[in-house]
Design a protein around this ligand. Structure first.
Ligand SMILES: [Mg+2]
Length: 376
């Protein structure tokens, strides 16, 4: 059988705002840099082809930026119409150059991420394969830890109850936010969680970039006795040298990378040996094409992988990493999709449905505020 090229007929872009049930605070709220988060903005791309295939992808923004992602995608999407959707590398480059005047990171590439992810979803659906199988998986399930139960707006009692619930649901690790103005309170909360879940259960902490170098070292030394799986974002996301000093000084592994917005920014982190565990985010770095490049660089440097947020996408990507990764469990996005990801024995099971294996819900459509179709 010979291959007959397909062509992209249309790209429908939509924007929606997902409300959160309670306002969320991490350390950035306590240092006064951000307000509690009340919603997450999404950019959704739906691609249709002349041969009748379709694919969905999404990008997101917490607080500001969602409107800009949508606006940029609307301007560049036309460059993809008529192209073969299977030529994803070519399409990424073409879309990138269509908007190159505003750069190759941040909003510009995050707008492309939704389209790039939709192209991979489409390609996997055409092949009748889950995305992880299309890319080439190492495993059918990935270790998973919960983040959504450990924010700083939650009381310690709530954090402990949510940790118990996560463990009952088959989740394999618990992450707790730190970086409160009172570091004794940070220690009290993390020690209480360690006692609650037992010495052997995987536990991580996340300072969301709010410590200075001296505080990070002092807190890192205090946390050594708690056998943490990692300390996340102890310092400013762009302080590659500070992270590298810390990674050398502490036995506890250092994790960072979620805030970086391109492969080039991650490359600097990797070159400086800033972390033991890299935490890229596919929607933030420009999609799956870019994430795959990063996985190669990270593996080459001997790093472990724990992608940030968007478990619906990252589960498939983490399944393809050579070293045993972690995927972050967040229940926030559940209302957007018809399906639920299954967790069992500490792991998240890669769905066996074709593509990403997600269908947007009626609720997602109800929350959509704007939509436009490029092409016909
Ligand atoms: Mg984090």
């Amino acid at each position: 059988m010979t291959y007959t090229p397909d062509a992209i007929r249309s790209i429908t872009l939509s924007t929606l705002r997902l409300p959160l049930s309670v306002p969320i605070s991490d350390a950035k709220v306590f240092t006064g840099r951000q307000k509690p988060m009340t919603e997450v903005a999404f950019l959704i791309a739906e691609i249709q082809t002349e041969q009748g295939f379709s694919g969905h992808g999404f990008s997101y923004s917490k607080r500001a930026g969602g409107a800009a992602q949508y606006a940029h995608a609307k301007e560049v999407a036309d460059a993809a119409i008529g192209e073969d959707p299977n030529d994803i590398q070519k399409l990424y480059t073409k879309l990138l150059w269509a908007g190159a005047s505003v750069g190759r990171s941040g909003v510009a590439t995050q707008a492309l991420a939704a389209i790039d992810i939709a192209l991979y979803d489409l390609k996997a659906k055409r092949a009748g394969l889950p995305l992880s199988k299309l890319l080439g998986a190492h495993r059918d399930s990935v270790r998973t830890y919960n983040t959504s139960g450990g924010f700083l707006n939650a009381s310690l009692d709530e954090v402990l109850a949510r940790a118990s619930q996560s463990i009952e649901e088959g989740i394999g690790g618990i992450k707790i936010k730190v970086g409160l103005p009172d570091s004794a309170e940070d220690l009290r909360r993390v020690r209480a969680v360690r006692e609650h879940i037992g010495d052997a259960f995987p536990l991580m902490v996340d300072a969301n970039q709010q410590w200075d170098r001296a505080t990070a070292l002092r807190m890192g030394r205090r946390f050594e006795e708690l056998d943490l799986i990692w300390i996340e974002e102890p310092l400013d996301a762009y302080d590659a040298e500070g992270h590298a000093d810390l990674a050398r000084a502490l036995d506890t592994p250092i994790a960072t990378g979620e805030m970086l917005a391109s492969v080039a920014e991650h490359e600097r982190l990797i070159a400086a040996r800033s972390c033991d565990i890299i935490q890229p985010d596919a929607p933030r770095v420009g999609g799956i094409t870019q994430f795959m490049r990063l996985m190669t660089l990270a593996d080459q440097a001997g790093l472990d992988l724990a992608p940030h947020f968007a478990m619906e996408i990252h589960l498939h990507l983490a399944a393809c990493y050579p070293r045993e990764p972690w995927v972050e469990h967040f229940d926030w996005l559940d209302p957007l999709f018809e399906e639920r990801l299954e967790t069992r024995d500490g792991r998240m099971i890669v769905p066996d449905r074709p593509g990403l294996g997600i269908t947007f819900s009626d609720q997602a459509r109800a929350w959509t505020t704007e939509s436009v179709t490029i092409g016909r």
